[in-house]
Design a protein around this ligand. Structure first.
Ligand SMILES: [Zn+2]
Length: 303
């Protein structure tokens, strides 16, 4: 185990490749999931002191991790693990990148494909994060040009999934919406099989072609209590674990993860300033009472 300064020195010298897609409106999303929205919450352009946005999103928008609880219900309490209880060690470790760019829609990675890759490139080990580069991030495009990305894609076959479970890998990652293409989702998907064994799934990766065969993989999902998955906070206001870096941001975080009046009240209490109150949008009126609200003209009025 190297000391901290040696570790920091090697990390400084490392080339860091961001494997996440930018979060933005109109980005591809899984057809049965809700979309990503970003709303201006306050700004210096409208008389406020600072600029900030509210985001409303699905846990499974963009590049993210599926927690076991995504498919495994609490009928199996040992396996029903939500995202805040996933050990971060499972998302920090040796990554492997398998080049699957020759595969097309409806093709599956097989166990033979994986074992042949191991003969040429090196054996997979327990705790590895195994990524499959289908080249599908090339088709990532904003709606309505997202059809190629969201209609069909290649996947990871059941025999490959069972083999990776046997090898005790920590996670599998893909540059598609899911390791299960639509046909597999309708028949026998690998999602419940690998998640029950606590093998995590990372979806919508990008830039995999820039990686060597083996590398250091690092993902820090948002710590959403009871969450079935989490977007990666690669950029923006969050620090490790997705713990917001200040009470104000914590309020923002609570408010943006759910639109219930309860969390809105929490946000008001936590922030507690008149500036916050003056920029509450009209949609947040329920349960708060009479407050000044923001209007489209950029001025505040009182209800
Ligand atoms: Zn997911």
């Amino acid at each position: 185990m190297p000391d901290v300064s040696t570790l920091v020195e090697s990390l400084r010298g490392a080339s860091v490749i961001d494997l996440s897609q930018p979060l933005e409106e109109h980005m591809p999303h899984f057809p049965t999931h809700s979309k990503f929205f970003r709303n201006l919450w306050g700004s210096y352009w409208h008389g406020g002191r600072s600029l900030n946005y509210q985001i409303t999103m699905n846990e499974h928008n963009g590049t993210h991790v599926d927690a076991p609880a995504h498919f495994i219900s609490d009928a199996k309490p040992h396996a029903h693990v939500t995202i805040e209880n996933v050990s971060l060690n499972r998302l920090m470790g040796r990554g492997a990148r398998l080049d699957c760019r020759a595969m097309k829609e409806a093709d599956y990675v097989s166990k033979d494909f994986v074992t042949e890759w191991e003969v040429k490139h090196g054996a997979l080990a327990a705790g590895d994060i195994v990524t499959f580069n289908f080249g599908w991030s090339t088709y990532w495009a904003l709606r309505p040009n997202d059809q190629r990305y969201t209609t069909d894609w290649p996947g990871v076959g059941m025999d490959a999934a069972e083999y990776l479970i046997e090898r005790a890998v920590a996670a599998i990652g893909v540059d598609t919406l899911s390791p299960d293409p639509p046909a597999a989702l309708a028949a026998r998907p690998i999602h419940p099989v690998v998640l029950e064994k606590q093998v995590l799934i990372v979806e919508n990766l990008t830039n995999l072609e820039q990686l060597p065969d083996f590398f250091l993989f690092l993902a820090l999902p948002l710590k959403i209590r009871g969450g079935s998955g989490s977007p990666h906070p690669r950029r923006g206001h969050y620090v490790a674990h997705g713990v917001p870096s200040s009470p104000a941001l914590q309020a923002f975080y609570c408010a943006s993860m759910t639109s219930s009046p309860f969390s809105t009240r929490m946000a008001v209490t936590a922030w507690g300033s008149s500036i916050w109150r003056s920029i509450l949008p009209s949609s947040m009126e329920t349960g708060i009472g009479t407050l000044p609200i923001w209007t489209s003209a950029g001025t505040s009025r009182t209800t």
